[in-house]
Ligand binder design. Structure first.
Ligand code: SF4
Ligand code: SF4
Length: 338
């Protein structure tokens, strides 16, 4: 597995890391098997978050059994205040069954105002730096869906890593990745498979790793097969051939700009619609020629796109500013049969 240095942290990490969102769906023993397989395939970097439901607890179980010290472990918190982040950190330590976090990140910082709170007198950064002095936190990073915010964050000099989406349909981060590398800041790529919208996993990851400003891509994985496929990109580093690049771009072009990355930040829906699942079913219908199956799966959902009351709550939370209400209407037009 290709190894890269994560900016000024000096951590030597695998170019493919383990994204911790999907693991929340599995049980403890499966979590252990996944972590063991990830390690066997060369992965030594795990990224999770307080906000990923059971992810931290499942990883904690797996790491205690397999060996915490075999991995560089990153987590993150949405807390912005001094007291708030300490409560979150203590929960993370307990869930992860560890007494230190290698990389603690401020999660999904959206605006300058948000960052000002983090960095203010009663802000979360002050608390995390105190814990860094005690050796409980090794390094501090930041994640965002805003290039502007990350540019500001880099200029503060406070962060050792940034985390931002990157894949063949979302390459707007390239300048900020370059700036990060020039400042010796590690670049962690989230959503490398566009939230699962691009099924050509290995090609997509090779495309990302060709960019030498990128340190690590962290696809979310909850099966051994996914781990084997995704780690192939880091275990057999090759540039894309012209034909592979053409195939990948053709796939990416079918997505357009308005597509759901399955990040889940829009939840909870006021009436209980599982929003990303609506778009996944639509993708099966429109892109994969699985119309009958997609319609039957859609109709089997108790609450679905047609039940949207257009309250707009989800749209205010989507970091990609997707017109979710209109997109759900399109889902119902495609899949609804009533
Ligand atoms: S606008 Fe529709 S989908 Fe969004 S939260 Fe409201 S009811 Fe749910
Ligand atoms: S609709 Fe937006 S917030 Fe919800 S999962 Fe998709 S990209 Fe994320």
């Amino acid at each position: 597995m290709e190894k890269r240095i994560l900016g000024r942290t000096n951590f030597e990490i695998s170019a493919i890391g383990f994204g911790g969102i999907p693991i929340q769906r599995v049980d403890e023993e499966t979590a252990y098997e996944l972590i063991a397989e990830a390690y066997n395939q060369g992965i030594n970097f795990i990224d999770t978050a307080r906000g990923y439901m059971e992810s931290e607890s499942l990883l904690g179980y797996a790491l205690e059994k397999f060996g915490r010290d075999k991995f560089i472990l990153a987590t993150k918190s949405m807390a912005r205040t001094y007291d708030g982040v300490l409560e979150e950190l203590n929960t993370s330590l307990k869930n992860l069954r560890t007494d230190y976090i290698d990389l603690f990140q401020f999660h999904n910082v959206r605006t300058k105002e948000d960052l000002d709170i983090v960095m203010g007198e009663n802000g979360a950064l002050k608390a995390i730096k105190e814990y860094q002095k005690k050796g409980i936190i090794k390094e501090i990073g930041i994640t965002s869906h805003s290039v502007d915010l990350l540019n500001i964050a880099i200029d503060t000099g406070e962060f050792s890593t940034i985390q931002y989406p990157y894949n063949p349909v979302e390459n707007q981060g390239e300048p900020v990745f370059k700036k990060a590398r020039e400042n010796n800041i590690g670049v962690i790529v989230m959503k490398p498979l566009a939230g699962g919208a691009i099924p050509k996993g290995e090609l997509c990851l090779r495309y990302i790793l060709e960019n030498k400003d990128v340190t690590v891509a962290i696809p979310g994985m909850d099966t051994v097969e996914q781990i084997i496929e995704n780690t192939r990109a880091g275990n057999d580093m090759r540039s894309l051939t012209d034909e592979e690049r053409r195939d990948l771009m053709a796939e990416a072009n079918t997505l357009g700009d308005e597509f759901c990355r399955r990040c889940g930040y829009c939840a909870p829906c006021t009436v209980g619609i599982d929003i990303p699942s609506q778009f996944i079913m639509e993708g099966y219908y429109t892109r994969y020629n699985l119309q009958d199956w997609a319609v039957s799966r859609y109709e089997a959902m108790d609450i679905r796109a047609k039940d949207c009351i257009e309250c707009g709550e989800c749209e205010s939370r989507c970091p990609y500013d997707l017109p979710i209400i209109e997109m759900l209407k399109r889902v119902e037009r495609n899949l609804g049969r009533e």
